[in-house]
Design a protein around this ligand. Structure first.
Ligand code: ATP
Length: 122
């Protein structure tokens, strides 16, 4: 019994730490703030155009993917700066690759937005 309790408490604590991390990202990361604004705008646009359930799923999936990858990118940047604060070619490569992952998701997000909204204008 006590084992189960401590497991539950640990899970709740983990959710608390994760929530704290999310708030840090929203408060301190300019890219996340921009993405959050875009997410709010496209969500309002979704209501305006009365998009279908499948389109909502695609839209929210891309919002989640881009913002969570941006969070991972921020963590990798912070880790790289902590491990090696000075200039190093490898650190540059690590940061570029992490940023590249966000960029790929962002391009796909723009394509999906085009698939959803362009037909509503023509
Ligand atoms: N220590 C380093 N050694 C080599 N190149 C680096 C180093 N730090 C940064 N760079 C290069 O500069 C780019 C930008 O790095 P930076 O850490 O400023 O990230 P950023 O994309 O500007 O993110 P943020 O705006 O969140 O700080 C990297 O992608 C990398 O090419």
């Amino acid at each position: 019994m006590p084992k189960k309790e401590s497991f539950l408490i640990n899970r709740i604590k983990s959710i608390g730490f994760a929530f704290k991390g999310m708030l840090i990202l929203i408060r301190t990361e300019a890219s996340i703030q921009v993405q959050l604004c875009i997410a709010i705008v496209v969500t309002i646009t979704g209501f305006c155009f009365d998009i279908s359930k499948t389109e909502w799923i695609a839209q929210f999936s891309m919002i989640g993917l881009v913002m969570s990858l941006e969070g991972m990118n921020t963590a990798i940047e912070a880790l790289a700066d902590f491990i090696h604060p000075d200039y190093h070619k490898k650190i540059g490569l690590i940061k570029d690759v992490a940023a590249g992952a966000v960029f790929i998701a962002s391009i796909v997000a723009v394509i999906i937005a085009g698939i959803i909204y362009i037909p509503k204008f023509i």
